[in-house]
Write a protein that binds this ligand. Structure first.
Ligand SMILES: C[S@@+](CC[C@H](N)C(=O)[O-])C[C@H]1O[C@@H](n2cnc3c(N)ncnc32)[C@H](O)[C@@H]1O
Length: 270
């Protein structure tokens, strides 16, 4: 029997990228080949078909760009630790597992209750029910010595600027000299949300407007890299079908493409 979902407003948005990855897996030129997402969509009692429009494909491109950042980290630190803050029903651990890394997936209670119905902890994979805005989980990650990579994908955008800035400053202090990847949306993208078909289907709205990610350096972050769907890392672009590679490049001046950014920072040293 399909699993019913009861999720808070922001939490419900995890079903959008999940459906995007499931649709990608069914396409002949799949980028992520996320067969688990196909199964999850079958197993969850929810009308996914109401989600339409470019955000579905965008969630796949976004995940592949962020995967690219984490793959680079793991090439240098194959025994490193990755912490996905606001993981939803992401299957990134399965995509990137090299048999050696340590992985923490963190999300709030109701999302983790749903996730726990489909995923299990192992000796290298741990799920934590907590908030990106709390510090109670920090010690569980810090107990493990060695390099850490923090990632938060399509999560911070949903919260007010002051709360996001507070969390980033706190993460910078708690995890010095640590790479952290997250996405930012400029005003042109954020102000067009109501025209986005997926946002007509959910009550949640993104709140944090960030036009220039470099300005976040004031929070104790060093700005290392930033990509848009029109400028993915070359190694990532090679995994995209031509229609995305050239199509996104052609759309590079389109405000939602130009102002939605996938960024890599490093927290400053202690
Ligand atoms: C759009 S979904 C993104 C999910 C996942 N990162 C992905 O890309 O598939 C937003 C996620 O933020 C999570 N979230 C909401 N509030 C949170 C909080 N305070 N701390 C951590 N995650 C939170 C939701 O549960 C949901 O999984």
């Amino acid at each position: 029997m399909a699993e019913e979902v009861s999720l808070g407003e922001v939490q419900e948005t995890l079903l959008i990228p999940l459906y995007g990855r499931a649709r990608d897996a069914r396409s002949s030129h799949s980028i992520l080949r996320d067969d688990m997402a196909v199964q999850l969509v079958k197993d969850i009692d929810y009308d996914f078909t109401k989600f339409t429009g470019p955000s579905l494909g965008g969630a796949v491109l976004r995940a592949s760009i962020i995967d690219g950042y984490i793959r680079d980290f793991l090439r240098q630190h194959p025994d490193g630790t990755v912490v996905d803050l606001g993981c939803g029903l992401s299957t990134r651990f399965d995509r990137l597992d090299n048999g050696r890394l340590r992985w923490f997936d963190l999300d709030v209670d109701d999302t983790m209750a749903l996730r726990g119905r489909f995923f299990e902890d192992t000796n290298r994979y741990t799920m934590i029910a907590d908030s990106v805005f709390s510090s109670t989980w920090h010690d569980r990650v810090r107990e493990r010595s060695g390099p850490v990579f923090l990632v938060s994908e399509a999560v911070l955008l949903y919260f007010p600027e002051a709360q996001v800035h507070g969390a980033l400053s706190e993460l910078a202090q708690a995890f010095p000299s640590t790479p952290i990847a997250f996405d930012t949306g400029g005003a042109l993208m954020m102000n067009s949300q109501d025209r986005n078909p997926v946002f007509r289907q959910v009550p949640a709205r993104m709140q944090w407007i960030c036009d220039d990610p470099a300005e976040l350096e004031q929070l104790g972050l060093e700005f290392l890299d930033s990509r848009t769907f029109a400028t993915p890392q070359p190694a990532v672009a090679r995994t995209w079908p031509r229609r995305h590679r050239y199509g996104m490049r052609a759309l590079r001046w389109f405000p939602p493409v130009r102002t939605y950014k996938l960024n890599l920072f490093r927290t400053v040293a202690a």
